[in-house]
Each structure stands twice: as C-alpha cells, then as structure tokens.
Design a protein around this ligand. Sequence first.
Ligand code: ADP
Length: 161
Amino acid sequence: MTGRIGVYPGTFDPVTLGHLDIVRRGARFVDRLVIGVTTNPSKEPMFTVAERLDMVRRETAGVGNVSVVEFDSLLMDFAEREGATLILRGLRAVADFEYEYQMAGMNQQLNDRIETVFLMADVSLQPIASRLVKEIARYGGAIDKFVTPAVAADVAAKLAR
Ligand code: ADP
C-alpha cells in the first residue's frame, strides 16, 4: 500500500456529526484514512466496541478511502502498524486543547516520525460531544441535530433496554 496514510482514533460512543465532518475533511488530504475505534473500557462506553465499529462503518460507507478497525494498544503502535505518517484529531474549543496538547506532545516523544494533525469541524458542529449527546438522550431530549437518524435510533434502542 502506497500513499499517505492517516489514522483517526477515538471512542466514537456514539459517532457524531462532528466526527463525521472531521472524517470527510481528513479523508481529503490522505490517500487512506484508517479510523481506529478504541476499546477504552475506562470510559465505560454505552456501546460495545463491536457496535461502535458497525456504527462508524455504516456512517462512513460513503467515503471511499476510509477503513474502520478496532484497536487496543498504544496509539503510536497502532499508527505504526497501519503504516500511517499522521494522526488526525479534531479540536474543539479550549476545553480540548490541554488534553490534546499533552497527548500530542507525549506521542511525539514516543515516536517522532508520526505527526499529529488537528482539524476543526464545521463551525455549526464544533460544540457536539458524544458525552453530551448521551446525557441529552438519557433525559429524553432530541439528539437529531447532533447525530445521523440511524445513530439516534441506535441510542434510543440502547436506552430502551
Ligand atoms: P476520544 O475518547 O479519543 O477523545 P472521541 O470519540 O471523543 O474520542 O473523539 C475522537 C476525536 O474527535 C477527538 O480528537 C475529538 O477531539 C474529536 N471530536 C469529537 N467531536 C468533535 C467535534 N464536534 N468537532 C471536532 N472534533 C471533534
């Protein structure tokens, strides 16, 4: 496999319109974008990793150069295994900065051959966060401005159980 490969790691619990916008933007400047869905049990996700993989695959099926895989290792090892030269992260307002800054800095120390690149989602999608989507849904609020109809149905089904 030749060309520039990027990985976009995340929990995607659930995948939002913000994530999907970052995927579309990112996919434009790499030859292949590998979305890495982390198992990350410490976050106690609403959806299992299998469910999140299915969801992200379904929602990105229209983007040609994207593949979706699970990973359960150090991000830099995952990126190296995929042959990636860059890691894509989305950056929202100041709240994300401290965490992302620290992570990018430490990852640079671990592997200086792989660059972290930050993208901003469309302005209208920037405030969206999976955590808040879940919170709104738990209190019976509408989440259709933040996720696709299929994901909204997945969340509703999960909460109905
Ligand atoms: P993680 O647990 O790794 O933070 P998330 O699924 O919450 O995983 O997010 C994955 C990436 O997508 C992160 O870089 C996050 O900052 C970014 N992201 C999430 N929502 C948005 C958004 N609305 N706009 C831009 N970037 C976003």
